[in-house]
Design a protein around this ligand. Structure first.
Ligand code: F3S
Length: 284
């Protein structure tokens, strides 16, 4: 092996770093039980470490309703209005680590509804961030993943529609959907709410993958942004390895490559990235 290229944008984005730091701080300082509403990040290692520090994961509104007190930390994905209402009713202490970029979408949805416009969210309807965004809209707020989904809604022409995107949505796909909806003759207001952190990470990963013989993508299998990175890298480099930790790497296999690239998803802790780097460097 003769060179290693490490993505500068690899690992925690700003919102995830803030959320993870918040949970570690609360685990140390908070009085009483500490909970996160959903796993704080899609990374088993971190979730297990927090469990050892006494932090428990709540898997939905029912788990929240069953609490008798304690601190509930809201992760970077954010939540819908009704979840805050449950916390208030139960008099739980809420520590809000919603990413500011997601909180901005919540505000847009409310403002657009207040103007009388229907909101359409472009994203994955099953993703917690999208479910949270929907939780700030009126009943007619819809989620679409394609222009076909939009057409299937059968909305009357001339209706005022405001469109937002899941922060991790693909920008090119978002633009195509907007073009199609405009062509259909609807009065639309578009809000490009896609986060730059995702775009930058994807562009950099694709570039590095096209310049190396083997590409390592580090992150949890359940992390959609890491899976997307692996997809982009696989398209640019046929020897792409999607690993969760350094243990998943075979140093002998790595030794057969000249140039190796490394990137990591937004929920991959720094120490895991460093462990992988150490293994790769040991093959020099
Ligand atoms: Fe926030 Fe963007 Fe990360 S929306 S959580 S900084 S990917």
């Amino acid at each position: 092996m003769s060179s290693i290229k490490i993505a500068e944008k690899a690992g925690f984005c700003f919102g995830v770093r803030k959320a993870v730091e918040t949970v570690y701080r609360e685990a140390e300082e908070a009085r009483g039980e500490v909970y996160t509403y959903g796993s704080i990040i899609h990374n088993e290692e971190v979730v297990k470490d927090l469990e050892r520090k006494g932090v428990r994961v709540l898997d939905g509104p029912e788990a929240l309703r069953a609490l008798r007190g304690g601190t509930v930390i809201i992760r970077s994905h954010g939540i819908g209005r009704e979840i805050y209402e449950i916390c208030e009713k139960k008099q739980l202490r809420v520590v809000d680590a919603t990413c500011p970029f997601v909180a901005k979408i919540h505000r847009i949805v409310q403002e657009e509804n207040a103007k009388g416009r229907q909101v359409i969210i472009v994203g994955d309807p099953a993703h917690p961030e999208v479910m949270g965004i929907r939780g700030w809209g009126r009943k007619d707020t819809e989620v679409i993943e394609s222009a076909e989904d939009f057409e299937a809604l059968g909305l009357e022409k001339g209706k005022s529609i405001s469109i937002v995107a899941q922060t991790t949505y693909n920008l090119t796909k978002f633009k195509k959907i907007l073009d199609k909806i405009t062509d259909l003759g609807y009065d639309i207001a578009c809000f490009n709410t896609i986060c730059n952190a995702t775009q930058e990470r994807q562009t950099e990963a694709g570039r590095i993958a096209s310049e190396v013989d083997a590409m390592i993508v580090i992150g949890g299998q359940s992390s959609s942004n890491t899976r997307k990175l692996a997809e982009i890298c696989s398209a640019a480099c046929e020897n792409t390895f999607f690993v969760q930790t350094a243990d998943d790497l075979d140093p002998k296999v790595l030794a057969s490559f000249e140039r190796i690239g490394i990137t990591a998803g937004a929920s991959t802790p720094k120490h895991i990235i460093e462990e992988v780097q150490t293994i790769v460097r040991s093959e020099f």
